[in-house]
Design a protein around this ligand. Sequence first.
Ligand code: AKG
Length: 262
Amino acid sequence: MVSEFFESGDVFASTLSIARLRTEGFVVLPAFTGMSDLVRLNSAARVQLNEARGRLELEADLQYPGAPHSRSGVGGGTIRRLLDANARDPSFCQAATALPVRRWMEEYFGADVYMSRAHHNCLMTKHPEFGSLTGWHRDARYWSFTRPDLVSVWLALGEERVENGALWFVPGSHRIEFAAERFDGAQFFRSDLQDNQDLLSTAVSPVLQPGDAVFFHCNTLHSAGKNLTDSVKLSLVFTYHGAGNSPVPGTRSAAKSELALS
Ligand SMILES: O=C(O)CCC(=O)C(=O)O
């Protein structure tokens, strides 16, 4: 099947968005997915969510604020992430490996591109009521690569805004070196410190329309709130790095082989 993914966005003129990502740590690429692909992705996502097969991460397992207390309690079966997304449906794999993604990443990294199957690579959900909020963090906190230079693509399958738990980002935070004490034991950015509060007051939450994508650096501080609407929010998330930046052997980052895009 010839990919028509992302033809609607002018991503081949990627230089500006790459410059923005380097400066801000994130960049929104509007209408990144064409309508027919978006329809396909959404129907595949609903099937996956209903079937709830394969490797799943439940809200109850994470115990983030607002999560059900246990798997056996009320809402205990609420799914947060359906893992191994690239292998779940051909449309997901196509989205993850689409030519415009590859070209953008090749230009950004200046190297051949690999997708991590160990990190993200998921259909991310945010359910009403039992979907938890995610505190301020850097994705690189638990990742082990030669260097922390990876970029994730977050593809909105529906509208994302503050009310349904959209992402928040701190512009430029990927370029800041923080002392270890600015994070708590679980590597969340502490909100009890004045310096941290000052920085977090600069955060923004871009509204995403269905089919928009936000690309963000693995060191960009980000968070997300609860879903206060009555519809589940669905997004596909994939993470990329350049050749020469490898997962450290023996770590979780090396637990699954990489997918070569180039
Ligand atoms: O949707 C959310 O709660 C944020 C997810 C997130 O930031 C992550 O998984 O790294």
